[in-house]
Design a protein around this ligand. Structure first.
Ligand code: PEP
Length: 248
C-alpha cells in the first residue's frame, strides 16, 4: 500500500510578517519528490501565506478551529474561515490545546466534524504523557483517544493521524524507533475498525522533536508516513532537509 508521505510544519505561536522569507525559501526549494508539504503558521499569516504559496508544492493549514461555523465566539476561528483564507488542513487535538485550553475528546471530535464540514483535512494529534508511558499505558491511551475523538465518516483523504508523545514535544527527546513502531503499528490496526480497508491508506505521522538528524530513520519505519514538526519547521532550511528525508 503506497501512502504519500506528508511533512507538516506547526509554527505554533511563532511568526510575524517578516517570516514570509522562510515561506519563500520553502516554496522555492521544496523538492517535487512525492512528499506533501504543509505549513501551519499562526492564523494571522494564513491568508497571506496561502496566496504566496499558490501553485507551489507547499500547502497551508491552520492550527485549530472552533466547532461552530460562525457565531458569538470572540477570538475564535471557524473551519470555514480557515478554508476561506486558503487553508487545506487543520491540526486538531494538539497536546498544547488540550493542556492550555482543556480540550477533551468530545471537543476534538466536534472540531474534526467541523473541519470535514468545511472541506479541510483534519490532522488529529494523540499521544501519551510521560507518566502514562512509565505506567505502561501508552497503547491504551492512544487507542482510547483515537476511538473517542474520531467521528463517523472518516476517510483516508480527510483524516491524518499524528502520534505525538507529549513528553517528546519540544524537549529534544524521542522514543526509540522500536517504541515509535509499536505505537504506529497498533494505530494502523486500530484504524481498521472505523476505516476498514482504507486504514491502509491513512497517513500516520510521528511528531515530537523531529529534526533533520533523526527524520530519516523515523520515516523509514513501515507505518510512519511523515512527520508533524514544531521547532524544526521554523527554519525553511531545516524543514527542507526533513522533507528530503521523507521521500518515498
Ligand atoms: C509539535 O508541536 O507538534 C511538535 C512536534 O513540536 P516539536 O517538533 O518542537 O517537538
Amino acid at each position: 500500500m503506497t501512502r504519500r508521505p506528508l511533512v507538516a510544519g506547526n509554527w505554533k505561536m511563532n511568526g510575524l510578517a517578516a517570516s514570509r522569507a522562510e515561506l519563500e525559501m520553502l516554496k522555492d526549494r521544496a523538492p517535487r519528490n512525492g512528499v506533501e508539504v504543509l505549513l501551519c503558521p499562526p492564523a494571522t499569516l494564513i491568508a497571506g501565506f496561502a496566496a504566496e504559496a499558490a501553485g507551489s508544492a507547499v500547502q497551508i493549514g491552520g492550527q485549530d478551529c472552533h466547532a461552530a461555523a460562525s457565531g458569538a465566539h470572540t477570538g475564535d476561528l471557524s473551519a470555514e474561515m480557515l478554508a476561506d483564507a486558503g487553508a487545506v488542513a487543520v491540526i486538531l487535538g494538539h497536546s498544547e490545546r488540550r493542556a492550555d485550553h482543556g480540550e477533551g475528546e468530545a471537543v476534538v471530535r466536534a472540531k474534526i466534524e467541523a473541519a470535514w464540514r468545511a472541506g479541510l483535512t483534519a490532522i488529529l494529534c494523540i499521544g501519551e504523557t510521560e507518566a502514562e508511558r512509565d505506567g505502561g499505558r501508552t497503547l491504551d491511551v492512544v487507542t482510547g483517544q483515537l476511538s473517542a475523538s474520531l467521528p463517523e465518516g472518516a476517510t483516508s483523504e480527510r483524516l491524518v493521524i499524528a502520534y505525538e508523545p507529549v513528553w517528546a514535544i519540544g524537549t529534544g527527546r524521542t522514543p526509540t524507533l522500536a517504541e515509535i513502531a509499536e505505537v504506529h503499528d497498533r494505530l494502523r490496526e486500530a484504524l481498521g475498525g472505523p476505516l476498514g480497508a482504507a486504514a491502509g491508506e491513512t497517513r500516520i505521522l510521528y511528531g515530537g522533536s523531529v529534526k533533520p538528524g533523526n527524520a530519516a530513520e523515523i520515516f523509514a519505519l513501515e507505518n510512519v508516513d511523515g512527520g508533524l514538526v514544531g521547532g524544526a519547521s521554523l527554519k525553511a532550511e531545516d524543514l527542507l532537509r526533513i522533507v528530503e528525508a521523507a521521500a518515498p
